[in-house]
Design a protein around this ligand. Structure first.
Ligand code: GDP
Length: 317
């Protein structure tokens, strides 16, 4: 029998959740912890909404909308229709079933439970095996600085459809937010096998996690290999504004530029096979490189990639 593994994945929403799902299929429940960005969280219509945690939760529970990669499958929109009739704010779509999660969470937060406790209990209700941890139980709000002013993340992302030109980011509340204690404990755990930075947006999904007090230091001191999977495939983002943000920040939309953001932390990097032009430069920046088809279109592909990444990370010591 092989020894149990201990894998930590750092993750945002749609892109990260795809790999997290693959990992969850090839690892035992106790072998995988997924730490999720909460910088996207916001208060809306009186509810606390945690888009990345919800995407990871729905994906791992097998109930995510396969078309969008977020929200629930087989969803209905009666609430939004009624809200629209009443003249309510309707720029952020909330399906009827999805709404139940936000209501339940908001109610429990109001009763004094922590986001971690609520996330864990919802995951249990939905029969999810691996642990899903919010990066912090304290509120952090990603703010997007644009040429036309500063926007709260969801206003930029959903209401303004990522149209304003980005000039920078900051994370409101980050100085007072404590990283989840189990994140720091895992990073110091001698038995940890690897840390996988999922193919998530480096600026608004991974940076908030890395910006929490002590996390970069803990990663630097972590005895386990740390590897990142490129969210850039063929010089483009698969979905979302990663490449657009890079261009607007005067960075080339390449894996090289993604790698540079984590360079001080990484032992290995997974490059997509469509970006071989970047290979030599990547090799000069990180000790170990693996080239793969990272476009995760099917569950089989997610599992194959997850297995390959775990094998690769074991060789990155
Ligand atoms: P968000 O918070 O919902 O935007 O999700 P993430 O930050 O986790 O993921 C967004 C990133 O995932 C984008 O940069 C995409 O290019 C990347 N992404 C999405 N699907 C895939 C995929 O199948 N393979 C790879 N390599 N990257 C992907």
């Amino acid at each position: 029998m092989t020894a149990a593994k201990k894998i930590l994945a750092l993750c945002g929403g749609v892109g990260g959740a795809k790999l997290a799902l693959g990992l969850s299929h090839i690892l035992g429940n106790d072998e995988l912890t997924i730490v999720v960005n909460t910088g996207d969280d916001f208060d809306h219509l009186g509810m606390r909404i945690c888009p990345d945690i919800d995407t990871v939760t729905y994906t791992l529970a097998g109930i995510v909308n396969p078309e969008t990669g977020w929200g629930r499958a087989d969803e209905t929109g009666s609430f939004m229709e009624a809200l629209d009739t009443l003249g309510g704010e309707d720029w952020f779509y909330l399906g009827d079933k999805d709404l139940a999660l936000h209501v339940a969470r908001t109610h429990r937060l109001g009763a004094g439970q922590s986001l971690s406790q609520i996330t864990e209990s919802i995951a249990k209700r939905l029969s999810i095996g691996p642990r899903i941890l919010p990066m912090s139980d304290d509120p952090v709000a990603t703010m997007v600085e644009t040429k036309t002013g500063t926007l709260a993340f969801q206003h930029y992302f959903v209401r303004e459809r990522c149209e304003p030109k980005v000039t920078g980011f900051y994370f409101d509340g980050i100085d007072n937010a404590k990283p989840h204690p189990d994140l720091l404990a895992l990073l110091a755990d001698q038995a940890l096998d690897s840390v996988i930075i999922c193919p998530s947006n480096p600026f608004v999904s991974i940076d908030p996690i890395l910006s929490l007090a002590g996390v970069r230091e803990a990663l630097r001191d972590c005895p386990a290999p740390i590897i990142a999977v490129s969210p850039i495939v063929g010089g483009k983002a698969v979905k979302g504004p990663t490449a657009k943000m890079m261009t607007e920040l005067d960075l080339a939309p390449t894996s090289v530029e993604v790698l540079k953001r984590y360079r001080d932390l990484l032992d290995g990097f997974v490059l997509d096979e469509r970006d071989l032009d970047d290979l030599e430069q990547i090799k000069s920046l990180v000790a170990h490189v693996d080239v793969r088809d990272t476009l995760m279109l099917t569950l089989d592909h997610k599992k194959t990639l997850a297995r390959a990444i775990i094998e690769f990370s074991a060789g990155c010591q």
